[in-house]
Design a protein around this ligand. Structure first.
Ligand code: NAG
Ligand code: NAG
Ligand code: NAG
Length: 350
């Protein structure tokens, strides 16, 4: 039987490793390194340990800004259509800005824009070098006729994940003017399944991850009131029924660490987290810690990875685990980083 304590020092080492060098099995994530940085830096923030690693916040902030896709300036015209953040330098595009020619596929990716902005906030940056107008304009190009969003201007999948990312970016920029919020909200409401959770799109099966994305997006759009009381009750029930020890993402599926966050955070946004069995959830989360290397795994039989490590900690944060900072669920960053954002938005220089 493992001792049931949070191995904080090991987790700090694990997240520091994620920032420096990753095992080869993560090679396929090379084009989304921004998200890995987000998991690691946000994880360190939840452990109040950003000053306990030997990489300076200033260097991390420079790296993030180097991945901003600024407007392309050509013939006196400014093309903002691809604005946002890239996930990494995978296209080999030059760091020299501004660019004078648009490079195909070297465009903002809305999940990278969301994680870049959150990570800058976590690091205490004031977002003064973010081209807010261009990013807001870039979002406009991603919205489809049916209200959903693609992640990049060249065209891609469209589903609830990207609606969430767009809602979070609008919330951070405090600018909803470039998108059709009503259409996006209708798409979300249409994706509520008869079961009580949300699918990735209308008429699909309810899943824990898309349920979080849908409910958090409604919160960030300030449209939770679009759900009827009967629907809220059904969603709450569906989420609570997903608890087995930790949480499963769908009925009859195995419990998986990340759902302690996806479903726990949804319940917190709906003011019903108090009905979760904290002890069973905590016991699950501590059982998937890697006591040797730090980090959390999806299952007790798998190796830790950055996503489950961050979401495992975020799941513990919802239960006010000692040594873990409190968490602002709708953006999925620490409460401290969210307070920093709210102060910035109120300052005269915003
Ligand atoms: C939304 O519209 C796009 C583009 O027309 C289409 O590819 C996609 O399948 C639509 N999504 C849904 C859920 O209808
Ligand atoms: C936050 O939510 C996004 C969008 O669903 C997801 O990609 C990411 O894994 C989550 N990270 C955190 C901080 O929970
Ligand atoms: C920002 O300003 C609003 C409106 O004046 C106020 O309600 C809110 O408390 C302020 N937030 C912070 C973090 O100061």
């Amino acid at each position: 039987m493992m001792e049931e304590i949070l191995v904080v020092k090991r987790h700090i080492k694990y997240f520091e490793m994620c920032l420096k060098v990753l095992p080869g099995r993560y090679a396929s994530l090379d084009n989304s390194r921004m998200t890995i940085a987000f998991f690691a830096i946000s994880g360190l923030d939840l452990l109040d340990a950003l000053d306990k690693i030997n990489i300076s916040p200033a260097d991390m902030i420079e790296w993030i800004y180097s991945l901003q896709v600024l407007p392309v300036e050509k013939d006196g015209l400014s093309d903002m259509s691809a604005s946002g953040f890239r996930g990494s330098t995978w296209t080999g595009a030059s760091f020299v800005q501004p660019q004078t020619d648009k490079i195909l596929y070297d465009s903002g990716h809305v999940a990278m824009t969301y994680t870049a902005l959150c990570t800058l906030l976590v690091l205490g940056d004031d977002l003064s070098r973010v081209d807010k107008q261009a990013i807001a304009y870039g979002l406009k190009n991603l919205q489809l006729e049916n209200g959903s969003f693609q992640y990049c201007v060249e065209g891609s999948e469209d589903d609830m994940r990207f609606i969430y990312c767009v809602a979070a970016v609008c919330y951070i920029l405090n600018d909803y003017s470039t998108i059709d919020v009503e259409k996006a909200v209708n798409y979300i409401i249409d994706s509520l399944s008869y079961e009580g959770g949300f699918g990735q799109r209308p008429f699909t099966e309810a899943v824990g991850g898309s349920t979080y994305c849908a409910v958090a997006a409604l919160y960030l759009f300030n449209k939770l009131d679009r759900l009827k009381p009967s629907e809220l009750a059904l969603i709450t029930q569906w989420c609570l029924n997903r608890q087995q020890s930790g949480f499963q993402g769908r009925p009859n599926k195995a419990v998986d660490t990340c759902y302690s966050f996806w479903l726990g955070a949804t319940l917190q946004i709906l003011d019903s987290f108090q009905h979760v069995n904290h002890k069973a959830n905590r016991d699950w989360l501590l059982s998937v810690q890697d006591y040797m290397t730090g980090g959390f795994s999806k299952w007790t039989t798998t190796s830790p990875d950055p996503l489950h490590s961050y979401l495992g900690l975020a799941g513990l944060a919802l239960m006010h685990e000692e040594g873990v900072q409190s968490h602002f669920s709708p953006l999925n960053i620490s409460q401290r980083a969210a307070n920093h954002l709210h102060n910035l938005q109120n300052s005269s220089s915003w």
